[in-house]
Design a binder for this molecule. Structure first.
Ligand SMILES: [Zn+2]
Ligand SMILES: [Zn+2]
Length: 66
């Protein structure tokens, strides 16, 4: 399974788990901002149908959930 590109060592060994990303090669860690989800990581928004709901707010269409 390929990871994302690590900003530090430029290898595709950067894996994101929820809000936390970590490079398996160099150990670089960073927090992923909620809006950086780019789909597939948030909950499904009932309004726009995209998986961009973080902390009960859809970062795509702005719908709010309680
Ligand atoms: Zn790295
Ligand atoms: Zn939405």
């Amino acid at each position: 399974m390929a990871g994302k590109k690590c900003p530090k060592c430029n290898q595709f060994t950067f894996f994101v788990n929820g809000r936390n990303g970590e490079c398996k090669k160099c150990g670089y860690k960073m927090q992923i901002p909620a809006n950086e989800g780019k789909g597939g990581k948030g909950k499904k928004c009932l309004n726009c149908g995209k998986y961009t709901v973080f902390d009960n707010v859809c970062s795509n269409c702005g719908a709010r959930y309680k």
